[in-house]
Design a protein around this ligand. Sequence first.
Ligand SMILES: [Cu+2]
Length: 270
Amino acid sequence: MRRVPLPRRLRLFFATGVAAMLALAATGTASAIQPGGITDEARLMNELFWIVTIAGLAVFVLVGAALVYAMIRYRRQGDELPPQFHGGAKIEAAMVGVPVVIVIALFTISMITLVQIDDKAEDDALTIEVTGFQFSWQFAYNMDDLGTNTDAAAEGTIAIIGTPQNDPVLVMPVDEPVEFLLKSNDVIHSFYVKDFLYKLDLIPGRENSFTVTARETGDFSAQCAELCGTNHALMRFVVRVVERDEFDAWVAEEAARQLGTGTRVSASGQ
Ligand SMILES: [Cu+2]
């Protein structure tokens, strides 16, 4: 068998390496363009993403470098059989030990992040009851459960009900924990707000909940992320994060409009 000369093998190797690096860079750029999220929870998840990505890249570079070194340094030098040996306690221990340490570290960091993200809101936090239906959303606010500034004696519920033609707007205050209670009366939907870096299913017969603290105001587009029927694609909505006083003014306005006439809007009705 004729040996392929080293320069050509090296060229092949580097071409493959450059292609792999370009592919990686493209992925990296896509992630860099992807916003890190607007909630405390999203930022924690984003941090975890970068920790895992950088750890993965470090392993890739170290293993790649060791591979290149071994390929060049120990390439076939001639027809003489190199020294043969069996086993290597130190190397074997390192090859088992290092990955175990990395896996334990990543598991621990992930668990800590998971627990922080799953942290439930205090009872006095604003609760928004989200009901998904074919094919839009209802967002209901109990007047006695509005977070800061709540009048515990207030009665009634205000609700924003969307239609497939008219995307509903979910209004929430910035800088305070908001709890979402997710329900469905028909099929499984999924509450997905890209800028929360989070989605959670709405399952008939059960109540899912999660809590976020938004840190940026603005309008953020969101949608159902579970194929739920013909008009699934029309199940969009907008999350509008506003300052607390703007939220209070909005609630007052909706309450006057929806409750002032004596018509009580039921949270469970569609
Ligand atoms: Cu849906």
